[in-house]
Design a binder for this molecule. Structure first.
Ligand SMILES: [Zn+2]
Length: 457
């Protein structure tokens, strides 16, 4: 039994999916106009771990996990204008980087990665429905959601009306009937990306994108909706209002799951403070991105996580210890205590503490695998094809050779070959094997009685 903390009800509840053979999970994905920082990586890793747990508990094909790509947004348009290129140049570039960076952190591609620009018809249909029902109105080429038309608005964030109006960071817009109303559709000026609609040429607001894509790919009510805690208001509140009103009051999600912030020790990580740590920066310094995954999972997902050098160093030391323990073994069955920790609202710090007490190498390997750790990752994300739903498939077989992480089996094989070469007094071959491994970040530890151990540099 999995228990999850639901932000809507503010309690930990047993997770009972509507259909255990078709569990649906949607996580708000990236707006692709810049490199992902470690705070952006946290939800990707957290929900990847939750997906692994659900698949373990309910079966490998039980889950449909969708994570969208926001590829139309004003920040994208601003970047494209600055570089003097088409917006698609920006979005394709940064989507590719995102997939690479998350892949390096052991994040498996979601089952569906719908792109906003390919789902405009769905969004227009939903906006038309909201206008028909009296929940939205057209004004000066814009379509706005009427917040006063939804008496349940605010149920997720539990904010009162004044706090919502203040928090919505509303621009003074004469066409709004109520200051809390938010944009579903806005006009596009000449030369700006746009689509024909019943309200003229324009583009969608951000919130409608998720509501329309969830409906199109997963249904009116899904099992789990996830994202960072900063999305609770206004983004998720607005998604809920749009979907619930369009679907006759049906709830959008049965569980709302939110992860906490990543901060930089004493200060919050933010672009304005200039202390953003991108995944790219981290990968330049460390050939083993698994360490960063471990570090991200070392705190409970709902707690804030302080990203410090000592956290990274500690994660590396713990991982090395675990690697020494597993040796060259086949994966067995996961440890029940590790599983129980994960089943209890994805308690990864407790699961990691319990990993340290698992002595059987096969059990340890299987248990760590639930966290996406200690697995032979060399083939798991290299050259995968990502399904993008309705559209054609995007080939993400990017040049990742430099980042290939050799698995335990490969390294053990090389140690055997090198020992044999030494026995044959073929020291040139023995040295070559050592140097090749070193170039891949693997240090063999020679002892008087031979090489039995190694560590990742
Ligand atoms: Zn969303």
């Amino acid at each position: 039994m999995i228990r999850l903390y639901d932000t809507m009800t503010r309690e930990k509840r047993e997770f009972v999916p509507a259909d255990p053979e078709r569990i649906t999970m949607y996580v708000c994905g990236p707006t692709v106009y810049g490199r992902a920082h470690i705070g952006n990586a946290r939800p990707a890793v957290v929900f990847d771990t939750l997906a692994r747990l659900i698949r373990h508990e309910f079966g490998a094909s039980s889950l449909i996990y969708a994570r969208n790509i926001t590829d139309v947004e004003d920040k994208i348009l601003a970047s494209a204008e600055k570089e003097g290129v088409d917006p698609s140049v920006i979005t394709e570039r940064y989507e590719r980087f995102y997939v690479e960076d998350m892949g390096a952190l052991g994040v498996q591609p979601p089952d569906l990665a719908p792109h906003a620009t390919q789902e405009i018809a769905e969004m227009i249909a939903m906006i038309e429905r909201l206008i028909e029902l009296g929940n939205a109105y057209e004004a000066e080429g814009h379509v706005l959601f009427s917040v006063p038309s939804d008496p349940d608005y605010g149920s997720l964030s539990k904010r009162d009306r004044e706090a919502m109006v203040a928090g919505a960071r509303v621009e003074v817009a004469p066409y709004k009937r109520d200051p809390a109303d938010f944009v579903l559709w806005k006009p596009s000026a000449e030369g700006v990306v746009g689509w024909d609609s019943p309200w003229g040429r324009g583009r969608p607001g951000w919130h409608i994108e998720c509501s329309a894509m969830i409906r199109a790919h997963l249904g009116e009510t899904i099992d789990i909706h996830g994202g960072g805690i900063d999305l609770i208001f206004p983004h998720h509140e607005n998604e809920i209002a749009q979907s619930r009103c369009a679907h006759g009051g049906l709830p959008l999600a049965r569980f709302w799951v939110h992860n906490g912030f990543v901060d930089m020790g004493s200060e919050k990580m933010s672009k304005s403070l200039g202390n953003i740590v991108t995944v790219e920066d981290l990968l330049k310094k460390e050939s083993r991105p698994e360490i960063f995954r471990f570090a991200l999972l070392s705190a409970h997902y709902r707690q804030p996580l302080s990203w410090t050098d000592s956290l990274v160093a500690q994660s590396k030391a713990t991982l090395n210890g675990l690697y020494r323990k597993i040796g060259d073994v086949e994966s067995g069955e996961p440890d029940e205590l590790v599983l129980d920790a994960l089943r209890d609202d994805l308690n990864t710090p407790l699961a990691i503490a319990r990993l340290a007490k698992v002595n059987d190498p096969g059990t340890l390997k299987a248990s760590a695998g639930l966290l996406g750790l200690l697995s032979d990752t060399e083939s798991s994300w290299f050259g995968r094809t990502l399904s993008v739903g309705l559209a054609a498939e995007v080939d993400v077989a990017v040049k990742l050779e430099a980042k290939v992480i050799r698995g335990e089996t490969y390294i053990r094989q090389k140690i055997v070959e090198r020992t044999q070469a030494k026995k044959n007094r073929d020291f040139a071959t023995a040295d070559r094997i050592r140097d090749e491994l070193k170039a891949e970040g693997i240090q063999l530890l020679d002892r008087a009685d031979g090489t039995t151990d190694w560590e990742r540099l």
